[in-house]
Structure formats: structure tokens, C-alpha cells
Ligand binder design. Structure first.
Ligand SMILES: [Zn+2]
Length: 230
């Protein structure tokens, strides 16, 4: 039985975004052409990424772009406010937990990076900015993981109101790192030295990457990512 061949020029639905068509054509004639053998090898051998990144869905913070990654290099999960939900083995559907399970157990990634970012809408929602978008308020429920931390940031008089968003963006990364260790398969591999956990925060405006020192709890700008001169 032969596989059906895709037509070279299938009729595209008129509504299909033109930006994606032109973008795909540029990829096909550029990067895919250049990395053709790599894609072939990845297709034949499967993926073996060493790094998992849990980032935000925000359109400005694509990990593959920020880290200049090629195909097969980074296993990425993106959700609102880059949250790792608490370990909840209740038989319900848990998308981020499923991806985490696959990355850690099946792919045996060696690093997990929680990557937050500046001007995060999900973090703003956790701080109570704006009303629920719908009666079901999926976002509110999702970011309620950060409720206690958001309240602590809100009540910390040492943090100026204008800095609360950045403060919670940083603290939320630590919450997710803590939640990671509640997953038994993560905890076991961290304990055996097979898996390392990291936190990072990307400054959308300046393009700087801040990396968490988990001992001190402070974020430091990664050398070489200082803001460019205007
Ligand atoms: Zn965000």
C-alpha cells in the first residue's frame, strides 16, 4: 500500500494566514534546506534533547529564538505564566505534568529550566490585574497556584508597587521549581544527580537573560546579555 503523496500545491483555505504561508516557505527554502540532514536524522533516530524549558505562552519569549536552538535541542512546554502545577495524581487531565513526565522519564532530559519573563500577563492576573475574561475564568484558576506568593508580594512593603510584577515573576519561578520536586520522578533523578533544575527570567525590553542562583535566591544577568547600546 503506497502512502498518499501530498500535492506540491494543495489548494489552501483562503482563511489560512498568509503570514504563515510566507513564513513556512522561507523556512522550507532556508533553514530546512540547510538542516535537511539533521531533520532526516532526527526523524530516523528520534529526539534526544538534553534540556527541557517550561516557559510562558507569551509570543515575545520563544525559547528556541532566545537560545538560538536547532531542531531536536530543546523540549519545550509553554503555558500561561510558565507554571509547574502542584503534583496532583487525581486521574484528571494535566497537560504540563504529562509533558514533564515524558521529558523526564522517556527522554531523560538532564536539565529543566523554568523561564519567566518581564511584562507577563499571567503574572499580572495572579496579582489581580483585570477581571476574569470569561465566567469559567480558566486563567484565574490556573494562576491561583501563585495565590499565596502573590499575597506575600502584595503585602511586602519593601517592594514598591511598580516592582511587584517583576518580584512575582521572579518568585513564581521559585514556586514552580519547588513544585517540580514534588513529582516523584523528578525528585528521584535530582537526588541521583541525573537531573538539574534551573530558573531564568528574560527581560523582553532589554533582551537580557537573568539566571537564578538557587542558593541565594537572587537573579543575576548572564554575562554577555547586558543591554545593547542604543
Ligand atoms: Zn507570560
Amino acid at each position: 500500500m503506497t502512502e498518499p503523496k501530498a500535492s506540491l500545491r494543495p489548494p489552501l483555505p483562503a482563511s489560512f494566514p498568509g503570514r504563515l504561508t510566507t513564513g513556512y516557505e522561507a523556512f522550507r527554502d532556508g533553514r530546512y534546506k540547510f538542516e535537511h540532514s539533521r531533520y532526516k536524522r532526527l526523524a530516523a533516530e528520534g529526539q534526544k534533547p538534553q534540556i527541557m524549558i517550561i516557559g510562558c505562552s507569551d509570543s515575545r519569549v520563544s525559547p528556541e529564538v532566545i537560545f538560538d536552538a536547532g531542531p531536536g535541542e530543546i523540549f519545550v512546554v509553554r503555558n500561561v505564566a510558565n507554571i509547574v502545577p502542584p503534583y496532583t495524581p487525581d486521574g484528571e487531565t494535566h497537560g504540563t505534568s504529562a509533558a514533564l513526565e515524558f521529558a523526564v522519564v522517556a527522554l531523560a532530559v538532564r536539565h529543566i529550566v523554568i523561564m519567566g519573563h518581564g511584562r507577563c500577563g499571567g503574572i499580572a492576573a495572579a496579582l489581580g490585574a483585570g477581571d476574569p475574561l470569561t465566567p469559567t475564568d480558566f486563567i484565574g484558576k490556573w494562576v491561583s497556584v501563585l495565590d499565596d506568593t502573590a499575597e506575600r508580594v502584595r503585602c511586602d512593603h519593601a517592594i514598591a508597587p511598580s516592582l511587584r510584577y517583576t518580584a512575582l515573576e521572579h518568585e513564581a519561578i521559585k514556586v514552580s521549581l519547588g513544585n517540580l520536586l514534588d513529582y516523584p520522578f523528578v525528585k528521584a533523578r535530582v537526588a541521583s544527580g541525573d537531573l538539574a533544575l534551573h530558573g531564568a527570567w528574560f527581560d523582553v525590553s532589554e533582551g537580557a537573560l537573568h539566571v537564578l542562583d538557587r542558593d541565594s535566591g537572587d537573579f543575576a544577568v548572564l554575562a554577555g546579555t547586558l543591554p545593547l547600546e542604543p
